[in-house]
Design a protein around this ligand. Structure first.
Ligand SMILES: NC(=O)c1ccc[n+]([C@@H]2O[C@H](COP(=O)([O-])OP(=O)(O)OC[C@H]3O[C@@H](n4cnc5c(N)ncnc54)[C@H](OP(=O)(O)O)[C@@H]3O)[C@@H](O)[C@H]2O)c1
Length: 438
C-alpha cells in the first residue's frame, strides 16, 4: 500500500515519524506494508531535521505525485482551499482514497470532495479535521448511526479555550491573555482564524453535517469570536457560578411553521460550572453529544498539535488501506435528511445582561417593560450596588443582572438594543448568551 503525503509541516512530519516508528504494527494491522511513495512540499530546501525518510522522495509537484500509478492513498496535510481542492478532487476522481485534516476545505466545499469520491469509488476520511486526536467523526458517522442526535455542543478551538481559561484564572483582559497564548505557542502570529471563530465555524459545519445527515457549509454557521469578551464579562460570569467558553453548537430545532430544522452557531457563552464542558481548560477540546437513545456522551482530549493530529490521520490511513485491500469502500456521505438551516435570529437562546442603572424608584419596572415589549421572559433578576459584579460604579448607580428564559435570538438582541437607548440605563456592562441550566 503506497501513499502520497501532501505537506510535511507540523502534522505531516509527525505522520512520517509515526509511519516509520510503527511500520511493523501498521503493516500487521492493514495486512500489507505501508510505504511513502513521495512527499509534496512547497520548499525543497527547507530544513526538516532528522526525518526518517529518503530525502529524494520530496517533490514540489504535488499533482504529478498524486497521478502516479503506484499511489493508492493520498494524505493531505497542507491546508487551505486551493490548490488542495484541485489535488483532492483529482485524486478522488482517479479512484484513490484520501485522508485529509483540512477543515477549511471540507467546510467550504465538502460537496465537491464527496462527489469526486462517489465518482472514483475511493474513500474520503477526515477524522483529524475536527478536534485533532479525539475520535469524534467516526463515532458520529458510524457508532451513532443507529441513533438520533439532537444536539452537539463543543469546545473545538484550543487557542481560544486557552485564552478564555487564562482570563478566567487571572482576571486578565483579552489582549493580555492573547499575548500569553502567543508567547507559549498556543496562538499563531496572525490569530484571526482562531479568535474570530472561523476555525471553530468550519468544524461546526463538519459536525452538523455528520450529526444531522444534512449538508452544512461554513457560510451556514453563525459566527462570533472572543475578541469582544472583556474581563468584566468574565467577572460577571464568575459571580453567577459560571465560566465563559467559545462554543460550537449544532442543534435540531422546529421553525415557526413546525418544520424540523437545524441551527449551527459559534459564539462565546456562559455555562454553569456544573456543565461537563466547564472544566475543559487550557488548550484542550471536548465535544458533548446528546442523542435520543444513547443520552449524553462526552469526547475529550488534545484538539491540535503535530503528534495528536497525526494519530487521527494514521487511524484513517489504516482504515482506508484496509478497505482498499478488501476491495470495499466505506459508506458514502449521508445527506438524505437535507434539513433547512435556520438563521441565527430564529435560534432559541438565553441571555445574561448586566446593566449599570440609575438607583431610583421605577427603574426595575422600566427595564422589565423593555423585556416584555419584545416578549422576552425574565428568569432571574439580581440587584447590587454597581461594582458588585466586577464593574466600577459611580455611587448613585445600581447594577441589575438579568437572566432570561429562552427566546428567539433576534428578540433578545432587539431588547438589548432598546436597553442601550434608555436614559436610566447608564451602560450595558455585559451581554452574554447562556447555555446549560442556570
Ligand atoms: N497543526 C495542528 O495542530 C493541526 C490540527 C488539526 C488539523 N490541522 C490541519 O492540518 C493541515 C496542516 O497543518 P500544519 O499545521 O501541519 O501546517 P504547516 O505546518 O503550515 O505545514 C504545511 C505543509 O504544507 C506544505 N505546503 C504549503 N503549500 C504548499 C504547496 N502549494 N504545495 C506543496 N506543499 C505545500 C508546506 O511545505 P513547506 O514545508 O515546504 O513549507 C508544509 O510542509 C491543515 O489543514 C490544518 O488545518 C492542523
Amino acid at each position: 500500500m503506497r501513499l502520497a503525503l501532501l505537506g510535511c509541516g507540523t502534522v505531516g512530519a509527525e505522520v512520517v515519524r509515526l509511519l516509520h516508528e510503527q511500520s511493523t504494527d501498521l503493516a500487521a494491522r492493514i495486512g500489507a506494508p505501508l510505504e511513502i511513495a513521495g512527499i509534496a512540499v512547497r520548499r525543497l530546501g527547507r530544513d526538516r531535521g532528522d526525518l526518517p525518510v529518503d530525502p529524494t522522495i520530496f517533490t514540489t509537484d504535488a499533482l504529478g505525485l498524486i497521478k502516479r500509478d503506484d499511489v493508492d492513498v493520498v494524505v493531505e496535510v497542507v491546508g487551505g482551499i486551493e490548490p488542495a481542492r484541485g489535488w483532492l478532487v483529482e485524486a478522488l476522481r482517479a479512484g484513490k482514497s484520501v485522508v485529509t485534516a483540512n477543515k477549511a476545505l471540507l467546510a467550504e466545499d465538502g460537496v465537491a470532495l464527496h462527489e469526486a469520491a462517489a465518482e472514483g469509488g475511493g474513500d474520503l476520511y477526515y477524522e483529524a479535521s475536527v478536534a485533532g486526536a479525539i475520535p469524534l467523526l467516526r463515532p458520529l458517522r458510524e457508532s451513532l448511526h443507529g441513533d438520533r442526535i439532537n444536539r452537539v455542543t463543543g469546545i473545538v478551538n484550543g487557542t481560544t479555550n486557552f485564552i478564555l481559561s487564562a482570563m478566567d484564572a487571572t482576571g486578565a483582559g483579552f489582549a493580555e491573555a492573547l499575548e500569553e497564548a502567543t508567547e507559549l505557542g498556543y496562538a499563531e502570529a496572525d490569530p484571526t482564524a482562531d479568535v474570530e471563530g472561523f476555525d471553530a465555524a468550519a468544524k461546526a459545519a463538519i459536525l452538523a453535517s455528520l450529526a444531522f445527515h444534512t449538508r452544512v457549509g461554513a457560510a451556514d454557521v453563525h459566527r462570533e469570536g472572543i475578541t469582544e469578551v472583556t474581563a468584566a464579562d468574565v467577572a460577571s460570569a464568575k459571580a453567577m457560578g459560571c465560566t465563559i467558553k467559545l462554543l460550537c453548537i449544532a442543534a435540531r430545532a422546529v421553525d415557526p411553521a413546525g418544520r424540523e430544522t437545524v441551527n449551527v452557531r459559534v459564539h462565546p457563552a456562559m455555562i454553569p460550572l456544573t456543565h461537563p464542558l466547564a472544566s475543559v481548560g487550557d488548550a484542550f477540546n471536548a465535544v458533548f453529544v446528546e442523542a435520543e437513545a444513547a443520552g449524553q456522551l462526552m469526547f475529550y482530549g488534545r484538539g491540535a498539535g503535530g503528534a495528536p493530529t497525526a494519530s487521527a490521520v494514521l487511524g484513517d490511513v489504516v482504515a482506508v488501506a484496509r478497505n482498499r485491500l478488501a476491495g470495499v469502500r466505506a459508506a458514502s456521505e449521508s445527506a438524505y435528511a437535507d434539513l433547512p438551516v435556520r438563521p441565527m435570529g430564529e435560534a432559541l437562546t438565553r441571555y445574561h445582561v448586566s446593566l449599570d442603572v440609575a438607583d431610583r424608584p421605577g427603574v426595575l419596572a422600566a427595564v422589565a417593560g423593555v423585556f416584555a415589549r419584545h416578549e422576552v421572559s425574565i428568569a432571574t433578576v439580581r440587584q447590587g450596588s454597581a461594582g458588585s459584579t466586577g464593574t466600577p460604579g459611580r455611587g448613585d448607580d445600581a447594577e441589575l443582572v438579568i437572566v432570561t428564559h429562552v427566546a428567539p435570538d433576534a428578540a433578545l438582541a432587539a431588547t438589548v438594543r432598546e436597553l442601550r437607548g434608555l436614559a436610566i440605563v447608564r451602560s450595558v456592562t455585559s451581554v452574554l448568551r447562556v447555555e446549560g441550566g442556570l
